[in-house]
Design a protein around this ligand. Sequence first.
Ligand SMILES: [Mn+2]
Length: 362
Amino acid sequence: MNAAPRLEALRKRLAEDGGPAALVTQTSNLLYLTGFEDVIDHGINAACVVTDDIAWFYTDSRYVEAAMAAAEGTGWDVRLQKENLYVEVCEALQATGATTIVMESSVPYGRFKFVSEQFEGSVRVVDQLLEEIRQVKEVEEIERIALAATLADRAFDHLLGYIVPGKTEAEIALELEFFMRKNGSVGMPFEPIVASGPNGARPHAIPGERPVGDGDLIVLDFGARVGGYCSDMTRTVGVGSVREEERRLYDAVLEANEAGLAAVRAGMTCFDVDAASRAVLEQRGLGDLFTHGVGHGVGLDVHELPIVGPRSKHSLRAGAVITIEPGVYVSGLAGVRIEDLVVVEPQGHRRLTNAPKDLLII
Ligand SMILES: [Mn+2]
């Protein structure tokens, strides 16, 4: 992907901030800023240094050859870290006359402290240094997220033929992962959630040895990663004879999901999208059982901006990719969550998750 416009967007942001040098070290930000897809993994030791006229990519000997190849023709100057990355970055920046460094606010404190001690000038953190820019996706980014979403849809369809009473949550989670990785997911954006029966009442339950059985609802929350981009979806299915009480919960959550989706369009506040979905559950007296926000942005990270929740200050922008995922959680009994991934458009949204949403009974 051509990442040059992203570098320019960061430079514009720095100019508005008085022209500090940016020192970027968080993995998904490095990936976004450089577009070095076949170089940057989650274990990489690397940093980008950006000013008006500098674009340095520092990394160590394990990555440098791949980085040089990726950087060809991009304007990035790849620099080999010899001993200590941050000592070398600070010395090089010092030599350019730079007086201020900004880092991501998500940087580990130890790293921030070390850079602050090394650099003879001011070092500060900036909220959403790149995350703000990352909200609005380029066409090619949306294409990749859509591919990841389609792969997850296929995995769900596959599971419908795999799940039978007696399979454990852990087996189902493994089958999900196996299917997605076999069909093109590079790793997993997050550990799949398979939460059956009362375990479903824990929104982020860890799949365990519980076998699924008659009367259970099973919450399946998972995603794939294609071309570096994540997808995220949730479906809740029933096993055998699902009771009336659980069916009512399901119908309410489905209606809340549809109400949330109907509220999505560019310019809408995230608060209002959350409220539109939440109101459905509140009207049914289930508001207290919905214990999280309605959704979040998805991209290189599975959770990114904007946050779609009751305290959110964000507004939806065209080209943002978000989830709509209301749920209800009844302690000791069951959980229901239905999550779709959508692209925000000027007049509405485009769904990237297309798996069926009627209550499917296995
Ligand atoms: Mn999600």
